[in-house]
Ligand binder design. Structure first.
Ligand code: SAH
Length: 481
């Protein structure tokens, strides 16, 4: 038998560990005798005493027992429920340090997962020495942060349950299905807090039952609210376990009276035993089926189930970067894959000859078409479907894009989509990503297919959480001047 490595720790052992990094989940990465331990709540630069709680082949987990040397970047989390909520992971870290670590996370993924050369990093990549005669390394810019990184979320998704005093709503306690009642969330826009509070009160007064996740009984499962800062409009979505809402008219009346800015009250029925929030059936109880918001002078209709970025200020910066990287002169044909309600599509359309958007959710494409109309933008075409299926169809129909923009969900692009992009050979590809590891994987595939990643811009869309959004620019080899 080949010699199995003897691990230097056992469960229950108390160790002293140096923290040298942060995981994508915001846990401290500690070292103990060459072994990696993830320590919840610990920060880079700290020295902690911790108890080992699990041990695996390549890493273990440990619980902090004592802080021996705190980081100068540590600070008290401003939120009183930070520990039990789990919605934020980085409130105990200074904001500039959060931005630094988010960039670091992107760089590490490009180097380790993508085996890509990054400016300023040591090159440990086979066949690449970093000499200037070879390709230029990727420039990863500093993370674009917010001037005031609080109260940014335009959407709240609040699970409802039954507490001792009746209907409550807030968040699932970390690692459980128990709901903790919550009135305030520091990353949520205050308007959303007020809306949620009013809906909860109205539901309590009318004796509307809360959904019981164990018995699968009771009516109200989630309250989802949106606020459009540029128009002041608000939306309320009641996710219910069944179609009939007792006292429906009174409920709608109370919400309208207490939240005069409400423009849309919608019901979504979800009768399944599932942690998934939305069910299949949606109907408008009062008002319009959408609310309107504006980003960078473009107006968007947003319906209950459509994806819309949650941080409007940073979204504008992200989209501007995407348009800048697209390098449009007004003559180009562009594809926007994973286009949602056509946000990036319409931004691009103002600078291109024609833009094709594709998205899998039919309601989002309804919104996208409506959005093109209300903005008077005619040079766009939208299709419902999987990007990896629709793009080959457009290819057969003779669509030949100069630029392709992709903005996939966390799992990244389908390999069939990457293959079609490589066949279509656009001069530039702009890759918007909410997951640096799948970004790095896909950039590697695109590089192997004849593209070079020029630069990557991380944008802090989700301050105080460990998430980071990026936009990257790739050019086809042989197209630079
Ligand atoms: N670019 C948009 C949406 C990005 S989110 C914006 O910035 O607002 C990713 C989108 O991809 C979601 O709207 C999701 O519904 C869609 N999607 C997921 N898988 C898809 C697929 N295989 N093909 C097309 N769209 C997909």
């Amino acid at each position: 038998m080949s010699g199995e490595r003897v691990l230097p720790v056992v469960v229950g052992q108390i160790v002293e560990s140096e923290i040298i990094g942060l995981t994508h989940e915001g846990e401290g990465v500690g070292r103990y005798e060459g072994y990696t331990l993830f320590v919840h709540g610990a920060l880079p630069g700290e020295r902690v005493r911790a108890e080992v709680v699990s041990v695996g082949k390549s890493f273990g987990k440990a619980r902090m027992k004592e802080m021996l040397q705190p980081s100068p970047e540590r600070r008290a989390a401003p939120c009183p429920i930070y520990d039990s909520c789990g919605g934020c992971q980085l409130q105990h870290l200074d904001y500039p340090a959060q931005l630094h670590w988010k960039r670091r996370h992107v760089v590490d993924n490009l180097v380790r997962v993508g085996r890509l050369p990054v400016e300023g990093e040591k090159f440990e990549i086979a066949g690449f020495s970093g000499r200037s005669s070879e390709r230029a390394p990727i420039i990863v810019h500093e993370t674009i942060g917010m001037a005031d990184p609080w109260r940014y979320r335009n959407k709240a998704q609040v699970p409802i349950g039954r507490g001792e005093a009746g209907l409550i709503g807030g968040f699932f306690e970390e690692g459980s299905h128990d709901i903790v009642d919550m009135e305030a969330c520091l990353i949520q826009q205050e308007e959303n807090e007020a809306t949620v509070r009013a809906v909860k009160e109205a539901a309590r007064e009318l004796g509307i039952t809360a959904y019981d996740r164990v018995a699968a009984r009771g009516l109200l499962r989630h309250v989802v609210v949106r606020h459009a800062a540029t128009t002041g409009q608000r939306m309320v979505v009641l996710v219910t376990n069944g179609r009939d809402i007792p006292h429906q008219d009174e409920l709608v009346g109370l919400i309208r009276q207490r939240v005069p800015q409400v423009a849309s009250i919608v019901q979504n029925v979800n009768t399944f035993r599932t942690p998934v929030v939305f069910g299949e059936h949606t109907r408008t109880l009062w008002g319009e089926d959408v609310i309107y918001d504006e980003i960078g002078g473009v107006r968007f209709a947003i319906s209950a189930r459509s994806f819309f970025q949650v941080n409007p200020e940073q979204t504008e910066r992200l989209y501007q970067k995407a348009v800048e990287y697209a390098g449009l002169t007004g003559e180009e044909t562009v594809v926007d894959a994973y286009c949602g309600i056509g946000t990036i599509t319409l931004f691009l359309a103002r600078h291109a000859r024609r833009v094709y958007g594709v998205e899998i959710v039919p309601e989002a494409i309804d919104d996208a078409r409506r959005n093109a109309l209300i903005n008077g933008i005619g040079n766009v075409e939208f299709a419902v479907g999987r990007a990896e299926v629709v793009l080959p169809r457009w290819q057969r129909e003779g669509v030949s894009p100069d630029v392709i923009v992709v903005d996939p969900p966390r799992k990244g692009c389908d390999s069939a989509l990457i293959a079609t992009m490589l066949e279509l050979r656009p001069a530039r590809i702009v890759y918007v990503s909410c997951n640096p590891s799948t970004l790095a994987r896909d950039l590697r595939l695109l590089e192997d297919g004849g593209y070079r990643t020029v630069e990557v811009q991380p944008v802090d869309m989700f301050p105080h959480t460990s998430h980071v959004e990026c936009v990257g620019l790739l050019e086809r080899n042989g197209t630079e001047d």
